[in-house]
Write a protein that binds this ligand. Structure first.
Ligand code: NAD
Ligand code: IPM
Ligand code: MN
Length: 352
């Protein structure tokens, strides 16, 4: 039997509710498969951990994570007790960087049974490939002076290496899909990094003659995701643009509570990390009403990544069937609570 070691970090807020709930479903799938077993190493790293230890994760935390096959994370952030830039840079972004998870993949598609706010969703189905290691999320910059003379400088770093690998990943992904790549740019306003990004995109497009390409300014692209979401296949974007586009993608699906994501280590040297697009949702924590679908679908992406595609397919089928049968949390128009959704999805899996 194959044993897979999974690092589990529930994190903060609803992460602590939906991660344990999702593990119930992953175990059901593993039992069904018979040939695989998940061994979880659960870490309490969170804002509460920070208050106790003065750090967001243990000193050897990254080393511990690197010993495992994958990382399954809920959400990080409790700004009432720890400022976001400390908690996120001390845990989430630290793991992305140190485990070299350089690409963030975030699918968005129309799901039957969930009301999209779009007038004509037309079964849209696209994936955002987000650069995940640099760009606008750089540590370069600083703050000087104070009072009315205060200045904050935030540099955006775009290396050829990271830009090429992100765009190349998008082209290769499009080869397995509808064959269209849209580049999110802003070269009309951002005069160094974005013309550079466009140049790399144009260079690489020559290597992929079968792929249809287009570049949209990020502002127009946001509007197009509302007016013609079905047009898109693979969208490639910088770190910040990809972040913004994927909350928008989640919103047009019907709720940020259902959108999944994967932070991919391309070399296989370190584990990849799977965490939903949404955050810790402090406004609904403790009520048992958090939607577990984003976390579950993220689990499907982890199963696929681990080569357990059959289980991943089964899980997505159970999610879709459960929604079609009306077992839904209130953010997507139902009245079920988190555990009711989990129990239903579990029983669907057992019934196949
Ligand atoms: P959020 O995604 O946590 O919440 C935005 C809105 O969506 C809230 O109304 C929330 O109730 C709702 N929502 C989110 N997930 C839901 C779910 N599963 N079911 C039902 N409703 C859900 O965004 P925010 O409020 O901007 O951030 C809260 C905290 O989370 C902050 O500390 C932020 O930095 C952090 N954050 C962390 C991650 C991450 O760890 N990957 C991602 C985004 C935000
Ligand atoms: C996400 C989040 C993070 C990001 C934050 C919490 C740092 O919004 O994963 O989408 O911007 O990458
Ligand atoms: Mn985000």
């Amino acid at each position: 039997m194959d044993q897979l070691d999974i690092s589990v970090i529930p994190g903060d807020g609803i992460g602590k509710e939906i991660v344990p709930a999702t593990l119930q479903v992953l175990d059901t799938l593993a039992d069904l498969h018979g040939g695989v077993k998940f061994r979880y190493q659960t870490h309490p790293w969170s804002c509460e951990y920070y208050l106790e230890h003065g750090r967001m994760m243990s000193e050897d935390g990254i080393e511990q994570l690197k010993q495992t096959n994958a990382i399954f994370l809920g959400a990080v952030g409790n700004p009432q007790i720890v400022p976001d830039h400390i908690s996120l840079w001390g845990l989430l972004i630290k793991i992305r960087r140190e485990c070299e998870q350089v690409i963030n993949i975030r699918p968005a598609k129309f799901i039957e049974g969930i009301k999209s706010p779009l007038a004509e969703p037309n079964h849209f189905d696209f994936i955002v490939v987000r650069e995940n290691s640099e760009g606008e999320y750089s540590e370069s910059g600083g703050r000087i002076h104070s009072g009315k003379d205060e200045i904050a400088v935030q540099n955006a770093i775009f290396t050829r290496k990271a830009t090429e690998r992100t765009i190349r990943y998008a082209f290769k992904l499009a080869q397995t899909r509808k064959g269209r790549v849209t580049s999110a740019t802003k070269s009309n306003g951002i005069v160094h990094s974005m013309p550079f990004w466009d140049g790399v995109f144009n260079e690489l497009s020559a290597e992929f003659p079968g792929i249809e390409t287009e570049s949209n300014h990020i502002d127009a692209l946001c509007a197009f995701l509302v007016s013609k979401a079905h047009h898109f296949d693979v969208i490639v974007a910088s770190n910040l643009f990809g972040d913004i586009l994927t909350d928008l993608g989640a919103a047009i699906m019907g709720s940020i509570g259902i959108a999944p994501a994967a932070n991919i280590n391309l070399t296989g040297q370190y584990p990849s990390m799977f965490e939903p697009v949404h955050g810790s949702a402090p406004d609904i924590v403790g009520r048992g009403i958090a939607n577990p679908i984003g976390q579950l679908w993220t689990g499907k992406m982890m199963l696929d990544h681990l080569g357990l595609n059959e289980l991943g397919t089964l899980l997505l089928r159970a999610i879709e069937d459960s929604i079609a049968e009306g077992v839904k949390t209130r953010d997507i128009g139902g009245s079920s609570n988190t555990q009711e959704v989990i129990t239903h999805i579990n029983s669907k899996i057992l019934s196949y």
